[in-house]
Design a protein around this ligand. Structure first.
Ligand code: BJW
Ligand code: ZN
Length: 242
């Protein structure tokens, strides 16, 4: 860490699982969800990231996603993403679990995080016509709301909104990793959104050492807190783990 010495707790041998949240990408310029920086045109994410909001006003919801896509397209992975990719590539048995939809961690090989909340770069048919998800990486979409190429109905972001289930395969693998790890890191998440936040308790009750990396300590029950930004703490922490 720059200017400060990082005091690390004893780190166990064995598998590591890492749960990442929006704070990991803050240094890349991606706004977090909660707190004043999370507001967009005075709407809270909880008002926009719901099936009911989309049913009521698909254009408004898409304007929010289109704004975010344009913003994220100009962002690059930061030292925190690079440190986690190093961990994944150097320490066997590492599982990266991401709540983030921005695609930044995936841009740093060999990191292949389990995506719990989907991807902002993927779309699917809101009408459920049977067409599978598709990728669309254009930073700004020409038509809002975009349409399903197969049936002409509304398309929606392939992300997980409140009240929706998480992708079953990613969730199963994330829960298995949390249950089997020796060390669990909760990085840059407010740990309020379930069921993702429950992975911390799952890991701890299964016997893992749990460490939070966050400049603002959260209410999560963890064994240790490394208080500071992920982009500063992770490079030092990972150096001690590989
Ligand atoms: C830094 C930093 C730096 C800043 N370095 N750190 C149990 C109890 C109560 C409620 C529920 C419950 N179980 C389920 C619910 C309901 C609900 C929920 O959790 N509500 C809570 C808000 C109370 N959960 C759901 O609805 C979930 N679905 C579900 O449970 O379905 C049941 C079901 C089962 C079977 C069939 C059908 C249904 C789905 C949750 C989906 C969440 N989706 C979103 C939007 C994704 C798409 C999009 O991006 O638009 O996911 S909401 C939003 O929150 C997004 C995030 O991934 C998620 C988590 O946020 P995160 O990452 O923690 O960000 P922030 O902003 O909250 O925190 C940032 C942190 O970074 C802060 O702590 C900063 O201090 C820190 N930070 N700079 C490190 N440099
Ligand atoms: Zn369709």
């Amino acid at each position: 860490m720059v200017g400060r010495e990082l005091r690390l707790p004893p780190l166990p041998a064995g598998p590591v699982a890492v749960l990442c949240g929006a704070g990991l990408a803050a240094a890349s310029g991606v706004p977090t969800f909660r707190g004043p920086a999370g507001l967009w045109r005075r709407h809270r994410p909880e008002e926009l990231a719901t099936p009911a909001a989309f049913a009521r006003d698909p254009r408004l919801v898409w304007e929010w996603y289109d704004w975010r896509r344009g913003l994220i397209a100009g962002c690059r992975p930061n030292a925190g993403h690079r440190a986690l990719a190093r961990l994944a590539g150097s320490r066997p048995g590492t599982t990266l679990i991401s709540q983030n939809v921005d695609g930044l961690q995936e841009r740093v090989p060999p990191a292949r995080p389990l995506l719990l909340h989907g991807s902002i770069w993927r779309l699917r048919c809101a009408g459920g016509c049977g067409r599978g998800e598709w990728e669309d990486r254009r930073p700004r979409l020409p038509e809002l709301p975009p349409r399903c190429p197969d049936c002409g109905g509304l398309a929606r972001p392939a992300v997980v909104w409140f009240g929706e289930g998480l992708p079953a395969g990613s969730w199963r693998r994330a829960a298995a990793a949390a249950s089997a790890c020796a060390l669990f890191l909760a990085v840059g998440t407010s740990a309020v959104v379930q069921p993702a936040a429950g992975l911390i308790d799952l890991a701890r009750s299964a016997g893992a050492v749990t460490i939070e990396v966050n400049p603002e300590p959260t209410a999560a029950a963890v064994d240790h807190r490394l208080v500071g930004p992920a982009e500063e703490i992770l490079p030092a922490l990972v150096a001690a783990l590989v």
